[in-house]
Design a protein around this ligand. Sequence first.
Ligand code: KG4
Ligand code: ZN
Length: 350
Amino acid sequence: MKKKIIVIGIESSCDDTAVSIMRCNEILSNIVIHQHVHKKYGGVVPELSARLHDEELLEAVNKSISTAKIKQNDIDVVSCTIGPGLINSILVGYSFSKSLAMGLDIPIIPVDHIQAHILVHFIKNANFNNSFPKFPFLSLVISGGHTQIIKVDGFFKMKVLGSTLDDALGETIDKIARKIGFSYPGGETIEMYSKYGNNKKFTFPKPLIKGLDFSFSGFKTHILKFIEEKTKKEPFFIKKNIYDICASIQKSISDILIEKINMAVLKTNINKIILSGGVSSNKEIINNFSIYAKKNNCDLFVPKKCLATDNGAMIAITGFLKYKYNMFSSNNIAPYSKYKKIYFPNLTTV
Ligand code: KG4
Ligand code: ZN
């Protein structure tokens, strides 16, 4: 293997057209073109997402190459998201990546989006510890489309210990945020308002799901109904209580996550926790995990914000690691919309 290979990572599974160039595990460029058009629909419109990826990909690739100060021919391998996510959006990115690889006569390495969220921690200086987590560790993936606790025994030895049975956490937050009157995506806005609120003002019942699975559908419905009923009685209820509502919701979410990760730590005896996905950029959640980690003698790894939300670098690092370990697949593997068990083999029983 050439010593310092250059990888381009292409991510198109949702509403970010993201392209990154990396030299081994070092980021040379990390371009994200966010699709703001979905704001007015209150959520991602799949057809629009696919069309916009098609329009933006070339620009994102060119920007990535010029920012990285490399030439197109310096690229050694193309990696791209193959799933899970919006199927048409992934198809656009995959077809584009295939053409790019074919044109440059280099290999293409398809990458699982959830694995990429986890492996982002193997990028140089990706997290606030500026170090790589050692195997085995527990990964909590909390994003718009996914909520999972995964036991990670090696780069590609991952076992899902718990998943959401219905809505993902980010999706739940975005739907609640919409009800409050915030535009999509609402996670950051809820965080902003929470800063000034009393997080004990309102309490919301925690989902009663045994084991390490999650469920957010009932939690979401409860909060939506709570807001509706209160607003019926008091039309300015939201306006009057907006800071406290946000802070209380954020606290409930954080409590649910800590409770589950504590169960996973006790069950596995693993005391290294890594956070991943857009929701893991929430400072209150990070803060509560830090307190938990300190109390329970755990190492905590939190990705920097630009690497927590969807980005091309997480795809590039995963492509780089697959390249390094000769994990090539055929050029015709099928994109998928839901998480695939084949990427998370059953290793050991916990
Ligand atoms: O990882 P991501 O960029 O995309 C997916 O893979 O789904 O995550 C996007 C999600 C959205 O639901 C957004 O509201 C949420 O992450 N999010 C946040 C924050 N920043 C983004 N949620 C809570 N607090 C934040 N600061
Ligand atoms: Zn994601």
